[in-house]
Design a protein around this ligand. Structure first.
Ligand code: NAD
Length: 341
């Protein structure tokens, strides 16, 4: 099996590469990214070839790799709410335009695509649990620019689905619900809004800055440990039942409000030397979303997946609980900080 991972140097890509190299000795990976920092430890493997590539500049090389693979994971995207509101066209260019080109090449060369959709496509849907084929995709007005990410992903989902019907494209769409774990983001980056929520809070603690709860922090999310997510991806690759399906990949048992999350992280962090002092002084404060992200932000109050389809078709179930996944993640960052000090 030749797997092409575009964006292999990111959070999900690096864990997918690691798992494949550890457990599937006869698979080969072509890994494309603008940076290899998160997979440098894997580069000595003879089953992984890294190609430093910017898919916006060098499409010829990317297309060549698509021609030669069995399955392609187009993981390169901007997935940061601050960029959705500050530079929406950059999000459109990479997340939609560049990925559309990859999808079209997969159609042309008859390759299988495993595409990262997102829980964000459900937007402000009011369903108790989001279901892949029943829940509506509800976004806000055009002036709320944060929806450009959700719409870019949704449009690609629709294009991929249509290619499946018209041209027989073999695809699977997976929708991660707040996957977290080691290598998520760089917590040394001090800028508010530059990271995803768990790493943002850890970064705040590291730098002794207050933790901002956007609009009160009552928003509910379901946090999913990266090893559970990667387990689903391996099952998708290996299982013909995944063909032309959409899967929510999230942990409905790990529902947690952002306020509770902040409290948990502060309390857990105080157990570690590298965070202890600041964890005692950092405060949890409320902030207005228009101040934090800008006026074109709009939030999703509750986001819980139904994972029945992944259970039934893939035999997949998430197993890592909320406290455990936070401890594993904080352990990783504490180790790095200890090594660097
Ligand atoms: N992590 C999550 O919980 C989550 C949730 C929903 C959807 N997703 C989707 O999954 C995919 C992977 O997410 P992630 O968390 O690993 O993101 P990430 O930001 O960690 O990784 C993206 C990778 O793409 C690379 N990249 C960016 N621009 C590039 C370019 N022009 N050419 C080549 N490489 C480029 C980056 O260097 C980075 O390594 C994305 O499409 C994201 O939208 C992730």
């Amino acid at each position: 099996m030749n797997i092409l991972i575009i964006g292999a140097g990111g959070f999900i890509g690096s864990h997918l590469c690691e798992e494949i190299l550890n457990s599937r000795k006869d698979w080969n990976i072509s890994a494309l990214d603008i940076s290899s920092a998160k997979i440098d430890h894997l580069l000595p493997s003879k089953n992984l070839n890294f190609y430093k590539t910017d898919i916006l500049d060098d499409y010829g090389q990317t297309e060549e790799h698509i021609k030669n693979c069995d399955v392609v994971f187009p993981l390169a995207a901007i997935a940061s709410p601050l960029v959705y509101v500050q530079d929406p066209l950059r999000v459109f260019q990479l997340d939609f335009e560049a990925n559309l080109r990859i999808v079209k090449s997969a159609v042309k060369y008859e390759k299988r695509v495993v595409f990262p959709s997102t829980s964000e496509v459900y937007g402000m849907c009011g369903d108790e649990e989001f279901e892949e084929d029943n829940s509506n995709c509800v976004t806000g007005p055009i002036c709320k620019q944060r929806w450009i990410y959700s719409c870019s992903k949704q449009m690609l989902d629709r294009v991929i689905y249509a290619y499946g019907i018209r041209d027989g494209l073999r695809y699977t769409l997976f929708r991660p619900f707040n996957w977290i774990g080691p290598r998520l983001d760089d917590i040394k980056n001090e800028n508010n809004g530059s990271s995803r929520v768990v790493t943002q809070f850890l970064s705040n603690i590291l730098h002794g800055k207050n933790i901002n709860l956007v609009d009160g922090g009552s928003q509910i999310r379901c946090f999913t440990y990266i090893s559970d997510g990667i387990d689903a991806l391996i099952k998708i690759i290996e299982n013909a039942a995944a063909d032309r399906q959409i899967f929510n990949v999230g942990n409905p048992h790990n529902q947690c409000s952002i306020r509770e999350l902040a409290q948990k992280i502060l309390s857990l962090a105080s157990e570690y030397d590298v965070f202890r002092e600041n964890a005692r002084t950092v405060k949890i404060v409320n902030t207005d979303s228009s101040e934090y992200y800008g006026k074109s932000y709009q939030d999703v109050s509750r986001r819980v997946p139904s994972v029945r389809r992944a259970e039934e078709l893939l035999g997949w179930k998430p197993v890592v609980g909320m406290d455990d996944l936070l401890i594993k993640t904080i352990n990783f960052y504490a180790e790095i900080l200890k090594k660097d000090s």
